[in-house]
Ligand binder design. Structure first.
Ligand SMILES: [Zn+2]
Length: 326
């Protein structure tokens, strides 16, 4: 019997026949990257292979250091006899599932993914495969996303209410992914949108690389609070809230689906907007892959595996890919 297409090593998921790692944890010669978030794309690798749209993100994050090679979605690359291709994951700009094929066997690594629409990420395309490795960030039945339009209506009502109370609206969101998604979703007729400096940094880098993003104002130390009266500020955290005076803070995240987590957020106000799959979409996706074996990682592994077992599926936590090797 041949070795599995992927193994779990100390440096992360490794393809022994192709001699490359996927989203490696340690410095390795060859890294295939699913997307530009820092828990998937780390600096210092010998060479990077990723979707073309991830290259400006990685170059910006690593200050240009690295050798970057890009693929389009569905473009095939043969690496030491393994046919590798990237397919839309719908998570953030450039995010990709990694599909590996050899001797008629297909493995797919989902990376982070979602099924809700995103103006910057083409819709997730399910890949039929023998083995599917899925994330499980929100792998509990309590995580079920409301419709994005409904969430945005709530956010807009909150924003209008803040203007009436003479308060600046501040929405906490990840600088890469969520912040840009919000720029497309927010209604500019309500007021101006400002970006906190650390959100503006990635925004300007993406724009400079030719990514078409809606206009926004940049918040600087010199921005007078009077200009912000009707504004919504996208910020990575509580920064600047004190300097700006009277402001209302809210968080835009999948974690806001749970009341206890919402109450722990600095303001107690939360909008359920996630770049990951919720529980129903996770299982719909697994069904659509028709995978014989599912490995689960990055979140609620045990809960998802238990549920899949109840459905009669062959499912294991990803850690088993390391144990099987010994
Ligand atoms: Zn991510």
């Amino acid at each position: 019997m041949r070795a599995p297409l992927l193994q779990l090593t100390e440096a992360g998921l490794y393809c022994p026949r192709g001699d490359f790692f996927i989203d490696p944890l340690k410095t390795v010669p060859r890294a295939v990257i699913t997307h530009g978030h820092s828990d998937h794309a780390r600096p210092g690798m010998g060479a990077y292979l990723c979707h073309n749209d991830s290259i400006p993100i990685l170059q910006h994050r690593f200050r240009g250091r690295g050798i970057f090679d890009g693929l389009q979605y569905s473009e095939r690359r043969v690496v030491n006899g393994i046919t590798l291709s990237l397919h839309p994951a719908g998570h953030i700009l450039g995010s990709a599932q990694v599909r590996l094929e050899a001797d008629g066997e297909v493995w797919v690594v989902s990376g982070d993914y979602k099924r809700q629409p995103d103006p910057l990420a083409p819709a997730f395309e399910p890949q039929q495969c023998n083995v599917f490795i899925t994330e499980s960030t929100f792998g509990l039945p309590i995580y079920q996303w409301p419709d994005v339009d409904d969430v945005m209506q709530e956010m807009h009502a909150w924003w209008r209410g803040n203007i009436e109370r003479d308060m600046i609206s501040m929405v906490q969101a990840y600088p890469l992914g969520k912040a840009q998604r919000l720029l497309f979703l927010l209604d500019r007729s309500i007021g101006p949108i400002y970006l906190h400096a650390s959100v503006a940094d990635m925004y300007m880098a993406l724009r400079a690389s030719g990514i078409d993003l809606p206009d926004a104002e940049i918040l600087t130390a010199a921005t007078p609070p009077s200009l912000l009266r009707s504004a919504l500020v996208i910020t990575p955290g509580m920064t600047d809230a004190e300097r700006l005076g009277s402001s209302a803070m809210a968080m835009a995240s999948g974690w806001m689906a749970v009341r206890a987590q919402r109450q722990r957020s600095p303001s107690g106000v939360g909008f359920v907007l996630s770049d990951h799959v919720d529980w129903p979409d996770l299982h719909r996706t697994i069904d659509e892959t028709q995978a014989e074996t599912v490995y689960v990682t990055h979140g609620y592994e045990d809960d998802v595996v238990r549920y899949l077992h109840e459905q009669g599926r062959d499912a294991r936590p990803l850690a088993h890919l390391a144990i099987a090797r010994r």
